[in-house]
Structures are given as structure tokens and as C-alpha cells.
Write a protein that binds this ligand. Structure first.
Ligand code: NAD
Length: 490
């Protein structure tokens, strides 16, 4: 494994605009912190609105030529990038763990998962289809083709620093779109290293441009209102997504929104309880609970609720809190003090509202933002915690008696990203896949994400899909050509 200093030395610290690494014109530099120690890892360039527009100008200038490159050429750049990231997977894993805090084993998992989007879209680039057909009346033919949408703006969150970037950059490159990428200010380093890798793989100047900024709204606003931009793709909170949709409405931009979640995790009386606990560990604690797909509400049949709580608490209570890059660590810190204080507020409020702490419920030791993995039992329906996206290592358990009560509880949210259900009854499982109002369901599993599958939500969890055969469509426009039928003159 490389040392942390070796890895940090490889990260470019500028903005990437038109194929050059340049300094920003924003105030000062951005200090990127290690959430396990509170210390600065690196200082990087800070973009202002002028830099944002320079990045858009570079994307716009590159679009016409890039849109005409052959699909095979775009595919091969992605494939070379995939190989380079694979060769450097330990460096990427170390960097993800340093800036985001997740244990190194999980960071390795993110490298594999995130890089899979690069491979998947290298394969999709050459499969952009079209169709040809006869009009029903027979007087003409229709030719339907796909074209790149045009310059896109990608805004990503801090929780999966590689995967959230590759899910957008991969399909944009494959479809022939240029892009400005704005990673989250809390974890921008992995995106910078990834884009340097794209450059090494032969990506032409201006196709992908990166701006890092401490003034997201002020730097993004002028990009979104500029006539050269054709698309915005955002992953982050519903609150910010709503704001971006309002801004996009003025220019009728194509939009893809991957927003917040409040995933229900249902455990029926006929479930394999050990499998449900394994699934819960994954669905709750992947990324220290800071995933849009994190199980937010455990809805458990009253006959098995106590046993489930005891088993889950034993597993969660045994985790080792520490710095992600240390081998003994099985659980990292949350991202910052604000997030940690929010965990304490949620626990205290739940207890006031009648819930009980089975394990955890307080800050962990050390300089980082550690919060002990927490199980809360007998949480009352209607409790505050059930209506909020927790985004941390707290598992609230609510009891139910009947399947319809469980489904009603599960659907009682404005979110609709993912749901999980554990049951050994096949017919019930099939019913649940249809009655749970979410874009994705994990049936007897706590992990659904896969580059080959369409990831996304319904209701206020967003619109559009990333990954799968649907993922590239977000970056393509449909063009229809009408050709009148003719007859030979002879
Ligand atoms: P966030 O909404 O605070 O920030 C996301 C990004 O938007 C960051 O890059 C941030 O700098 C930027 N941003 C914030 N305000 C902005 C503005 N006014 N204009 C332009 N950009 C702005 O979210 P976060 O805290 O980084 O991430 C956590 C959220 O992301 C959670 O709600 C989580 O559920 C969601 N998320 C969703 C998915 C998904 O695929 N559905 C995946 C990961 C995370």
C-alpha cells in the first residue's frame, strides 16, 4: 500500500480548464480536511464565477468536435481509464479513505464499484442505437437517431468521491457530451486524481473540466443561466436539488436529479433473521450510514423485533472506530462536527419521544468526528427521526403487526429512492416489489447498487437514472427525420 504522503503528492491542486491545470480566482484556497483527525490534508484552488464560466466556455468550445468523434474512440479512452484506475486502485482507495473517512476495505469497494461505471460506459458507447420504420399511413419513413445533448454541468456530493463522479463522467464521455464537473468541497481530491487519469488516458482538452469552489451557489448560478449549457446532472440533497430545478426551469435545461432518501428496511416474521441482520449491517453502515441508499427506518414484525434489535446491536456495538486507513478500523467518523451534532440531536429527540437506546447513542473517543454505532428500539411511529434523512450510523426500529401496516409505514415519506424487504414468502416478496413506492427494492439483500442496473428514485428522491442501459440516455437527445415515400418514375 502506498503511504498517505505518496498519494497526496499525486493529486493535482488546481482547476482543470481546457486541458490545463490552473489556479482559481476565488478567495484563498480550500483546505480539505481528514474527518478522522480534523487536520488539513491538502489545500486546493478555489474557483469563482469567472472560473466557472471559463470552464463552461472550454466545454462549449470542445463540444462540436467531441460530439463527432467515433463511438469506438470514446470507448477506448474510457477503457484505458478503467485500466489505469484498476492499476492504481490502492492509491484511489487510500485517497477516498483519507478525505471521506470510510474504512480502507470499503474504499477499495468504492474503487471497484466506481470504476465499473467507467468500464460499463466504455461498452455502452458503441451501442447507441436508433431505428427505422414505416409511418402507419405508409406515406413516409421515420429515421430515429440519437445525438449528444451538449455541454453538461455535473454537481456531486461528498459521500462517494469516486463513484458519484464516474456515474456522470462515464456516460457523458460515452455519449459525446462535454462537461464541467463541480465536486463537493468536502471531498474533491478523488475527482481531481480521476480527471488527471482521464487526461493520461488521452481525453482531449476541454471535454471534462473541473472546478472546485467554496462558493457553490455563486459559482454555479452563472453556469446554469448561460445559454451554452444544455444539461445539469446533480447528486445531493433534495433541498439543493429543488433549488437547482427552479434555476434550470428558466432555461428549460435537461435535468437528472439523484436526491435524498429515507429507505425503509422491512423484516417480516418469516424472514431469515441472520440474513436480515447481515443485510442491515450493509444497508445501514456502508459509508458510516452516509449513503442515499442507507436504511433509515427498520420496520420489524413485533414477533421478531426484540431478537432483531439484540442481534443488530451486538454486531454494531462490536465495530472498531478509527481512522479508515488503519487496518483495525471497521467504522470511520462522520464527515464533520455538524453531522455529528445532528446524530446526537436525533438520538436525544428519539429518546424524548419514547424510543430506547440499545447500543451507542453518544460521541466516540478521539480527535475525529466519531459517533458510536447506535440502535434505537421501540421507536414510536411518527417520531422525528423517521421523517428525516439520518445520514449516519443510527438504526431506529419500529414494530408492526400486519403486512399492510408495514407497507403503509414504509411509504409514509416524501422520498422514494430504495426499499429493502426480508421475507422467505415468495408471494409476499413479489407483492412488496409492487407496493413499495421506490425506484429500487432489495429483496432479501442490503445492497442494490450495480453499474449495469438503473439507479434512481421516485417522488422527491429525484428523476432520471444512472447506470444500466438507461444511464447513457440521460446524455442523449432523440432526433426524428421524416422521409416521404417515393416511387420510381419508370
Ligand atoms: P448537498 O446537497 O449539500 O451538496 C451536494 C453538492 O451540491 C455539493 O457539491 C455542494 O457543494 C453543491 N451545492 C450545494 N448548494 C448548492 C447550490 N446552491 N448551487 C450549486 N451547488 C450547490 O449534499 P451533500 O451533503 O453533499 O450529500 C448528501 C446528500 O446527497 C444526501 O441527501 C444524500 O441522500 C444525497 N445523495 C443522493 C444520491 C443518489 O444517488 N440519490 C447519492 C449520494 C448522495
Amino acid at each position: 500500500m502506498p503511504t498517505e504522503f505518496e498519494v497526496l503528492a499525486k493529486v493535482p491542486t488546481g482547476l482543470f480548464i481546457g486541458g490545463s491545470w490552473v489556479d482559481g480566482h476565488g478567495e484563498g484556497r480550500i483546505a480539505v480536511e481528514d474527518p478522522a483527525t480534523g487536520k488539513t490534508l491538502l489545500e486546493i484552488a478555489n474557483a469563482n464565477a469567472e472560473d466557472g464560466l471559463a470552464a463552461l466556455a472550454a466545454a462549449d468550445a470542445a463540444q462540436a468536435k467531441w460530439g463527432k468523434t467515433s463511438p469506438r474512440e470514446r470507448a477506448e479512452i474510457l477503457r484505458r481509464t478503467f485500466e489505469l484506475v484498476r492499476e492504481r486502485s490502492e492509491e484511489f482507495a487510500m485517497l477516498i479513505s483519507l478525505e471521506m473517512g470510510k474504512p480502507i476495505a470499503e474504499a477499495r469497494g468504492e474503487v471497484t464499484y466506481g470504476n465499473e461505471f467507467v468500464r460499463w460506459f466504455s461498452e455502452e458507447a458503441v451501442r447507441i442505437g436508433g431505428r427505422y420504420g414505416s409511418l402507419p399511413e405508409g406515406h413516409g419513413r421515420m429515421l430515429i437517431t440519437k445525438r449528444p445533448v451538449g455541454p453538461a454541468f455535473a454537481i456531486t456530493p461528498w459521500n462517494f468521491p469516486l463513484a458519484m463522479a464516474t456515474r456522470k463522467i462515464g456516460p457523458a464521455i460515452a455519449a459525446g457530451c462535454t462537461m464541467v464537473v463541480k465536486p463537493a468541497e468536502l471531498t474533491p481530491l478523488t475527482t481531481l486524481l480521476f480527471v488527471k487519469t482521464l487526461e493520461e488516458a488521452g481525453l482531449p482538452a476541454g471535454v471534462i473540466n473541473v472546478i472546485t469552489t467554496s462558493t457553490s451557489a455563486a459559482t454555479s448560478g452563472p453556469i446554469i443561466s448561460d445559454a451554452r449549457l444544455r444539461k445539469i446532472t446533480f447528486t445531493g440533497s433534495t433541498q439543493v436539488g429543488r433549488q437547482l430545478l427552479k434555476q434550470s426551469a428558466d432555461r428549460i435545461l435537461r435535468t437528472s436529479m439523484e436526491l435524498g432518501g429515507n429507505a425503509p428496511f422491512l423484516v417480516f416474521e418469516d424472514a431469515n433473521l441472520d440474513a436480515a441482520v447481515d443485510g442491515a449491517m450493509l444497508a445501514k453502515l456502508r459509508n458510516i450510514g452516509q449513503a442515499c441508499t442507507a436504511a433509515n427506518r427498520f420496520i420489524v414484525h413485533e414477533k421478531v423485533a426484540d431478537e432483531f434489535a439484540t442481534k443488530l446491536a451486538a454486531r454494531m456495538g462490536a465495530l472498531n472506530l478509527g481512522r479508515g486507513i488503519e487496518a483495525a478500523t471497521t467504522m470511520g467518523p462522520v464527515i464533520n462536527e455538524k453531522a455529528r451534532a445532528n446524530m446526537q440531536r436525533l438520538v436525544d429527540t428519539t429518546v424524548k419521544e419514547g424510543g430506547e437506546i440499545v447500543t451507542g447513542g453518544e460521541y466516540g473517543a478521539g480527535d475525529g468526528y466519531f459517533f458510536k454505532p447506535t440502535v434505537l428500539a421501540n421507536v414510536r411511529p411518527g417520531s422525528t427521526i423517521l421523517g428525516e434523512e439520518i445520514f449516519g450510523p443510527i438504526a431506529p426500529i419500529v414494530r408492526f403487526k400486519t403486512e399492510s401496516e408495514a407497507v403503509a409505514l414504509a411509504n409514509d415519506t416524501e422520498y422514494g429512492l430504495v426499499s429493502y424487504a426480508f421475507t422467505e414468502d415468495f408471494k409476499r416478496g413479489m407483492r412488496l416489489t409492487e407496493s413499495l413506492e421506490t425506484g429500487m427494492t432489495g429483496l432479501n439483500t442490503g445492497l442494490v447498487s450495480n453499474a449495469a442496473a438503473p439507479f434512481g428514485g421516485v417522488k422527491e428522491s429525484g428523476m432520471g437514472r444512472e447506470g444500466g442501459t438507461e444511464g447513457i440516455e440521460e446524455y442523449l437527445e432523440t432526433k426524428y427525420v421524416m422521409i416521404p415515400a417515393t416511387e420510381a418514375a419508370d
